[in-house]
Structures are given as structure tokens and as C-alpha cells.
Design a binder for this molecule. Structure first.
Ligand SMILES: NC(=O)c1ccc[n+]([C@@H]2O[C@H](COP(=O)([O-])OP(=O)(O)OC[C@H]3O[C@@H](n4cnc5c(N)ncnc54)[C@H](OP(=O)(O)O)[C@@H]3O)[C@@H](O)[C@H]2O)c1
Length: 281
């Protein structure tokens, strides 16, 4: 698999394996093991997914050398201070069974209890300082954010010593966050696409089906090819071994400019992008 190069020079495989809702225990363990065997070398988890321990076990049992893998986890919203961020990182690393991490992300920019002016900005500045210190201590190879809109990034950059390498946001055919995409491109922040299948909703979309039929590919493969041609890094999730393998068969697709545009603008995806300033957590 090819790599993107992050703004600090670190290479990151262009596609990663999603694990949200992969249940801790056999389900997450078998899914990640199947993914690693199928050729994914980039795994995306988070403390709040409560499956880091299973992900870590699968990584260990895969027998793949650690330096060939790229592992991401995320700091949850309940961690508000420098010390809490440091402890959360250590706990994630213990559950994952790793001695360094490839990418650590602030999961959401505006936790519900801090939703007043000044509070979320201070929290993000503080946890970012902890992440910068972990990066400088070589415990993490790259640091980034998730679900940040331009106003959250502008606030973070006021005190940041290090520009985030990544912003992981919801992006899929029909879910295109233009302002965040433009801001990140202008600041050399790689966009990771969560929910690249519209969290499953794309599979019922007749416009995407028509394009898939035209290229002789599945909807999943078309959605991933779209993401890659946009320069995003998609994070497809599945716990089904046949899908895990077939989803990877997306690298030989060359969508025409017209089809890229149709996919960008398809309608019908419930919910669209979330509002990170209004989430219930
Ligand atoms: N940063 C954030 O706030 C955030 C939020 C959400 C997600 N994420 C990350 O992004 C990843 C992907 O997002 P997501 O899991 O929400 O949604 P998604 O990857 O868009 O969709 C996952 C759904 O698609 C199904 N699926 C996968 N391949 C398929 C295929 N070939 N044919 C038919 N159905 C298929 C899966 O079913 P089965 O599993 O049953 O096969 C699952 O129900 C997550 O797992 C997580 O790592 C991050």
C-alpha cells in the first residue's frame, strides 16, 4: 500500500482500518487480525471504543513487525488537563501493549461540560501541550486532532508549538465539509475520512450503485477510490472477513472528474457532518 507523507515527514499508509463498534473481545480481535492478514497495516482505534486491548492482542498475534504498522488512538472528551491527558495516554498504551504510538488525536474539540467561551480553548491548549511533550519524548510519531472545524484549529494554533499532522473528520460521497477541507489543505494538515461508507448508508444509494456498476466495482470500493482521489485517508470499518478483504480492492480505480463530482454531491445521506459544538458528550 502507498503512503502519504505527514507534515513532519512521517509516512502513513493511505488507507486505515476502522474499529468503532467492533466489540471488545473476539469480534474486535478477529476483525483486526483479518485486516492485518488482508494487508491493512494501519489501524484506527480510540479509548472510547473500549477495544484497545483486543486491537493490541491482534497486533501482537499477527506477527507483523511493529515498525511495519501504523497505529492510531484518541484522547477522550473527559480528559481536560495536562495530567489527565498524560495518564490517558499511558492507559491506552498499556491496553494496546505498545511502547510507542504512531498517531494520537484529540477526539473532539468541544466536550459538553466545557461548552462556554474560553473553557474548551483552554482545555485543547492544555491537552495539546501534553501531546507535544509526548511527541518530543518520542513516545508518539505524530499528533493530530479529530472533528475540528476551522474555528477550533485557529484557537489551537494560537498556542501550539506543533501544527496538527492530521484532522480526522466525517467525509464520504455526499458528506463534504468544504470549509474544514479547504482550511486543512491550506495548512498542510492531512484529512482522514471517518465514516467513508456514510456509516453504511451509501450501500442503499442508487446514484452510487450506478457508478459502481459502470466501473464493475462494489459501492465500498468506489467510495474508497473517491476518498483517495480527493487526497483523503479513508478509514473503512467492517467486522466481516469477506468485506474486509474485498474493500481493499480499490486501488486500481480511476474515477473520471465527472464521476468524482457526482459522488461529491450525492444527496440523501442522513445527518451529514456532525456539529462538534453541539454533540451530547
Ligand atoms: N473520529 C471520530 O469521531 C470517528 C467517528 C466515527 C468513526 N470513526 C472511525 O472511522 C471508522 C469508519 O467509520 P464507521 O465505522 O462509523 O463507518 P463506515 O466505515 O462508513 O461504515 C461501516 C459500516 O459499513 C459496513 N460495511 C463495510 N464494508 C461493507 C461492504 N463491503 N458491504 C456492505 N457493508 C459494508 C459495516 O458492516 P460490518 O462491520 O457488519 O461488515 C459497517 O456497518 C470507524 O470505525 C472509526 O475507526 C471516527
Amino acid at each position: 500500500m502507498k503512503n502519504y507523507t505527514l507534515n513532519n515527514g512521517v509516512k502513513i499508509p493511505v488507507l486505515g482500518f476502522g474499529t468503532w463498534k467492533a466489540q471488545d473481545g473476539e469480534e474486535a480481535y478477529q476483525a483486526v487480525l483479518a485486516a492485518l492478514k488482508a494487508g491493512y497495516h494501519h489501524i484506527d482505534t480510540a479509548a472510547i471504543y473500549k477495544n484497545e486491548e483486543s486491537v493490541g492482542r491482534a497486533i501482537k498475534d499477527s506477527g507483523i513487525p511493529r515498525e511495519e504498522l501504523f497505529i492510531t488512538t484518541k484522547l477522550w472528551n473527559s480528559k481536560h488537563t495536562y495530567e489527565e491527558a498524560m495518564e490517558a495516554f499511558d492507559s491506552s498504551m498499556e491496553r494496546l501493549g505498545l511502547d510507542y504510538l504512531d498517531l494520537y488525536l484529540i477526539h473532539w474539540p468541544n466536550p459538553k461540560p466545557l461548552r462556554e467561551d474560553g473553557a474548551w480553548q483552554k482545555r485543547n491548549a492544555e491537552v495539546w501541550r501534553a501531546m507535544e511533550d509526548l511527541y518530543q519524548a518520542a513516545k508518539i510519531r505524530a499528533i493530530g486532532v479529530s472533528n475540528f472545524l476551522p474555528h477550533h484549529l485557529v484557537a489551537l494554533l494560537e498556542t501550539a508549538r506543533i501544527t496538527p499532522a492530521v484532522n480526522q473528520i466525517r467525509l464520504a460521497p455526499g458528506v463534504y465539509q468544504t470549509e474544514a477541507v479547504d482550511f486543512c489543505r491550506a495548512h498542510d494538515i492531512l484529512l482522514e475520512a471517518w465514516g467513508p461508507f456514510g456509516q453504511g448508508e451509501l450501500f442503499q444509494n442508487s446514484a452510487v450503485q450506478a457508478i459502481a456498476d459502470k466501473y464493475g466495482k462494489t459501492i465500498a470500493q468506489i467510495a474508497l477510490a473517491w476518498s483517495l482521489q480527493e487526497g483523503f485517508l479513508p478509514l473503512p470499518k467492517s467486522v466481516t472477513p469477506s468485506r474486509i478483504a474485498s474493500n481493499l480492492d480499490c486501488f486500481d480505480i480511476e474515477l473520471s472528474p465527472a464521476d468524482l463530482e457526482i459522488l461529491k454531491n450525492i444527496s440523501g445521506l442522513e445527518g451529514g457532518a456532525p456539529n462538534p459544538d453541539g454533540m451530547d458528550f
